[in-house]
Write a protein of this length. Sequence first.
Length: 451
Amino acid sequence: MKNIIGILREGLNKRGEKRVAITPDYAKKIIDWGHKLIVQPAHHPETNESKRAFDDKLYKRIGAEINEDISSADVIFGLKEINTHRLMENKSYLFFSHTHKGQKKNRKMLKRLAECKSTVIDYELIANEKNIRIVTAFTYNAGYAGMVDTLWTVGKRMAGKGVKNPFEVIPQAIEGEELSVAKDKLAKSGKAIERFGTPANYPPMIFCFLGKGKTAYGARKLFNILPHENINLNQLGEVYTNASREKVYALQIDVEEIYRLKNGSKINQPEFEQLNIREKQKYYFNNPEEFESNLDIVLPYISVLMNCIIWSGKYPRTVTKELIKKIYTKNKTLLAIGDITCDPNGSIEFSKETWIDNPVYIYDPATESINDGFGGNGIAVMAVTNLPCEFSADASQEFSNDLEPFLKNIVSADYSKSFEDVNLLPEIKRAVIMWQGKFTERYQYMKDYLN
C-alpha cells in the first residue's frame, strides 16, 4: 500500500512547540519506501513563527514536497492536540491526543475526530503485550529540561538576593536549545562548585528527587554531571549539619518512602516494614487512601525538590499548602521546586501550569499567594508544561528513534480496511483509539466523553 504521508505543523496555541515526530532522516526512509511525503512549512503563514526545529530545506533535500495544503495525505503525523478547524475528513492521524483519560479540554476535538470519520493512533498508548509504553523519549527529555530549568531557577533566585553562586552560568534550556550546550554549562557549574563551594550563607545543597521512573532518570542524568553524593533518608540530618560545600547531595525516594501509613490502616507500620519494596509499592497503589505524605521529615533539610512522579486525585498529595506552611514557618531551607510532572493543584497542591516564556513563580506559604517571576518572599516553582520543547531537535530525534521500528508498518498499512483486517503491528493496534470514526473495542469507554 503506497500511502501519501503528511507532516503537520504544530498550532500557534502550542507556545514554544518546535518538536516533530518525523525528523528529516526518517522522512527519507518514508520516501525510499515509495511513499509521497508532503510537509507543511515550518513557519506559520500568519505570524512567520517557526514551529519546527528542522528547516524546510532539510525535508526538501530528501525529496519531500513542502506545501501548506496536505489535504491529499492519507496518513498525517502531528505531535500535540490538533485544533478542530484543522481536522479533515477520512484521515488517519498520529499524535498525542490527550483524550483517553477523559481530559475535558480535548473532548471537543475528540467529537470532531469522530464526526470526520478519523482514525486516531495515540503515541502515548503504543505499548507492548504487558501494556508498558514503548515510545517514551519525551519523558526522558522532560527530565533533562526540567533539571536544567530548575538549576537555572536556583541560580537566578540566589543572584536576585545578591548571592554569587555556581548555578548562575546555567541558562534556561531553551536558550541553548541543544542538550550538548546544557551539559557543557552544567560541567562548568560543577567545576565552580568544586573550586568555590556552594554559597556559605545557605545550608548545604540537598536535592530530593521524587520517583525513580523515566522522568527522574532524565533529571538525574544531568544532575549527575555536578559533583555529588547520593544519600538516604537516615542521613538527612547529618548531611544538613556537616556536609561538604564542594559538592551537592541527592536524595532519591520512591512511593514507599514518599508516603507512610496513616494511623488506623489495615496493616500496621511494623507489618508494612516487613514487606519488600515491590510489595510496599503494590500495597500503596492498591490502597492509596491509607497513606499520607512522609515529606514532613524531608522538607526541613532540602534545598530543591524535584517532582518526577505521576499523580491522580485518588492518591495523597506529596506537598499540601498546610504542610509547606507548617514547615516554612520554622525552616526556610527550601529554595525551589522543579515540578516536572506539572499537575496543576496536584501532588504539589500549589502547583500551576507555566510556559517557557514565563516559567517561574514564587509561592509564599505564609499568605498562600503566587507571584509570577523571581521576586518576592517564598519558594520558586518551575512548572513548565511543555519542557521537552526546550530541546526540540534532540527530543525529536530521540522520539523518531523510538518510533522507527514501527514506522514502515504505520505508513504502509491499508487504512481503508476494517480494524480487524488491517495489517498493523500489535503494539500499534493497542494505540488505535478510533478507527474510521468509531472507537475500537479497547476504548469503547470513551464514548461517554462525547456527551
